[in-house]
Design a protein around this ligand. Structure first.
Ligand code: HEC
Length: 204
């Protein structure tokens, strides 16, 4: 009995060694754990046979906005000059070129809550103290998240920025803050600026 068992082990070992003999095989390897090795995707410059795309281009042109430009606005690109955040003398504008209607404010609030509140907090009070910081991400951020509100006796530089400067920060980011120019449309950025001012008015 024990003789047979050792034979069996020997055969099994032989099989295992034979499997590692280092030979080249034209068979595909056995893929037990797939990870993400097989993904339905189009590689750069490749052809597509997706039904809706009659030109068969795998690399698609971004969708156009109402002005006939690509909807994703590149860093600093300004499709409508009247919405520029700098005046003729290249100074930051101090008044918002978009009118503050109830809809614009609501839009600004929505986009602020989606894009900014994680760091600056829903109230715009910022702070990077794990106990007292107002944004879930902001309270763990290595750099202090500035407060948008005026505080008696504090350095109120950020609270005192011109409208055009807020627009600039949203567009291009600042320091470790990411840029939102490619994510938030030009008019919506001005809506967010209105919302920052509205938040500030709450604490005045
Ligand atoms: C990932 C975290 C994060 C997000 C999200 C974020 N910010 Fe910031 N923000 C920062 C940090 C950090 C600073 C301080 C940057 C510095 O001075 O280095 C900052 C600074 C600012 C300032 C002050 C700039 C100055 O001149 O000092 C403004 C204004 C501002 N953010 C607005 C916004 C708005 C509006 C949004 C949403 C569109 C936003 N931030 C989203 C992290 C963030």
């Amino acid at each position: 009995m024990s003789m047979r068992l050792s034979n069996l082990i020997a055969v099994a070992l032989l099989g295992a060694f034979a499997a590692c003999r280092g030979g080249i095989s034209d068979q595909p390897p056995v893929h037990l754990v797939l990870d993400m090795d097989f993904q339905p995707k189009l590689k750069a410059q490749s052809e597509s046979h997706f039904e809706g795309w009659s030109d068969h281009r795998g690399m698609r042109v971004p969708p156009m906005d109402a002005n006939g430009r690509t909807a994703v606005v590149a860093r600093g690109a300004m499709p409508r000059p009247e919405l520029n955040n700098r005046d003729a003398s290249n100074a930051f504008v101090t008044s918002n070129p978009v009118a503050a209607t109830a809809e614009v404010l609501a839009r600004g609030r929505k986009l602020f809550d989606i894009n900014c509140a994680v760091c600056h907090g829903y109230t715009g009070q910022g702070g990077n103290d794990p106990q007292k910081g107002h944004g879930l991400v902001g309270r763990r951020w290595p750099v202090a998240i500035p407060n948008f509100h005026f505080v008696e006796g504090a350095d109120n530089r950020v609270a005192s920025l011109a409208e055009g400067e807020y627009f600039e920060v949203i567009t291009n980011g600042k320091g470790t803050m990411p840029a939102y120019g490619a994510r938030i449309a030009v008019e919506d950025r001005w809506a967010v600026v209105h919302y920052i001012r509205a938040l500030q008015n709450l604490s005045k």
